[in-house]
Design a protein around this ligand. Structure first.
Ligand SMILES: Nc1nc2c(ncn2[C@@H]2O[C@H](COP(=O)(O)OP(=O)(O)OP(=O)(O)O)[C@@H](O)[C@H]2O)c(=O)[nH]1
Ligand SMILES: [Mg+2]
Length: 114
């Protein structure tokens, strides 16, 4: 999760080193612009340019103050990471059941995300 502050444009560019590390680790990435309840000093165009340059697919504007998009950013990252691990996700009764399709159902170890 690459978090920069919308109130300080420099912080977006500080993320570049972390982008490179994440790519080397083949990690899923999500870009987060924090403090969205305050006046922004960075434009959507600048963010889009950064995303295109680094091939980042998802961006959320969040606020720790209002809680806007905080859950969405974490959920996106968790879901994408699980898909990347070739897992199959079934949403059932508000609980996410993660099944590994490579193993027969009766021997599967299951992980539950509440
Ligand atoms: N209005 C607002 N203030 C925030 C938000 N996130 C953090 N702050 C405030 O920013 C100051 C620093 O808090 P930290 O917990 O260090 O948050 P941070 O995201 O690391 O922010 P910086 O250290 O300022 O880069 C505190 O006064 C927080 O109350 C936010 O989303 N909205
Ligand atoms: Mg801080």
């Amino acid at each position: 999760m690459l978090v920069f502050s919308l109130t300080d444009a420099d912080t977006l560019y500080y993320c570049e080193g972390y982008v490179e590390s994440a790519k080397r680790a083949n990690a899923e990435m999500v870009l987060v612009g924090s403090k969205n309840d305050l006046p922004s000093t960075i434009s959507d165009e600048q963010v889009n340019e950064f995303m295109e340059k680094h091939n980042i697919r998802k961006y959320y504007k969040t606020s720790a103050n209002t809680k806007e998009n905080v859950d969405n950013a974490f959920e996106y990252l968790i879901y994408r990471s699980l898909y990347k691990m070739h897992k199959h996700i079934q949403v059932w009764s508000g609980v996410t059941q993660v099944c590994d399709e490579r193993k027969p159902a009766r021997v599967q170890k299951k992980c539950l995300l509440m």
